[in-house]
Design a binder for this molecule. Structure first.
Ligand code: ADE
Length: 239
């Protein structure tokens, strides 16, 4: 997968050299380039923002540098991703969809956002996804891009050693995962649940399933309400 990130703070993306994302880049699974938006300015001050039409606080990103930047990096197969508090909530399903694509361009807005015409102009030529990480406002799209890139990269083929962890994990099946434990068996007077040391794979699977249902119902009533009742079997109902 090829990814281009456009931002006025390219330094923000240093963490993408680390850990499994860094490895995916070295392995060639992920071809990632970060671009400074100011490359596409033409005035001496390398201006990227201006006051909003209609008044109001803050500054808006001017369309010209963005237009030139997108013209330079977009190709016929590009999907543009614009993190924004007014985007659609970014979900695990979105991560899966984006992980299937050949080329993503991320546009990082700052200040009060990017002039709407940039989004409209791009949408006339390529798929555009405006996505929000949640109902709160960040300084800009940079941290959101790091989060989204992490969610996507771990889904790319060969990045995770154990592909089973992708099917088992929280959100994969619309449920939260059961709690996990490792050694030692007893720690500060707290013991690992006996069932996990029983060696009885049927019972362990049953216990995990129940914990998963209980956790989802208590912590995420929204997910629980959306969980298809036909996915509950007799034993689930009994629990
Ligand atoms: N940029 C600013 N706030 C954001 C949010 N909540 N999600 C994604 N991008 C953002």
């Amino acid at each position: 997968m090829k990814v281009d990130i456009i931002s006025i703070f390219p330094e923000y993306f240093a963490p993408l050299d680390l850990s499994l994302i860094g490895k995916a880049r070295t392995a060639g699974t992920l071809e990632l380039s970060v671009h400074d938006l100011r490359t596409w300015t033409s005035d001496v001050h390398r201006t990227v923002d201006d006051t909003p039409y209609g008044g109001g606080p803050g500054m808006v990103m001017r369309p010209e540098p963005w237009g030139q930047a997108l013209d330079a990096v977009a190709t016929p197969g590009t999907t543009l991703v614009v993190p924004s508090p007014v985007g659609a909530p970014f979900t695990q399903a979105d991560a899966h969809q984006l992980a299937e694509l050949d080329h993503l361009v991320f546009a990082c807005g700052r200040y009060e956002g990017i002039d709407q015409r940039v989004i409209d102009d791009a949408a006339a030529r390529m798929p555009v996804r405006e996505v929000s990480l949640g109902d709160y406002v960040l300084f800009g799209g940079e941290v959101a891009v790091i989060v989204i890139m992490e969610a996507i990269t771990r889904l790319l083929p060969g990045v995770l050693g154990n592909a089973e962890s992708l099917t088992e994990e929280s959100h994969a099946a619309g449920l939260l995962e059961a709690p996990v434990y490792t050694k030692p068996q007893s720690w500060r007077g707290r013991d690992v649940p006996d069932v996990l040391r029983s060696g009885d794979h049927g019972r362990i699977a049953r216990w995990r399933r129940e914990q998963s249902l209980l956790r989802t119902a208590s912590r995420r009533p929204d997910m629980w309400a959306a969980y298809p009742p036909e996915n509950l079997d007799k034993k689930d109902r009994a629990a």
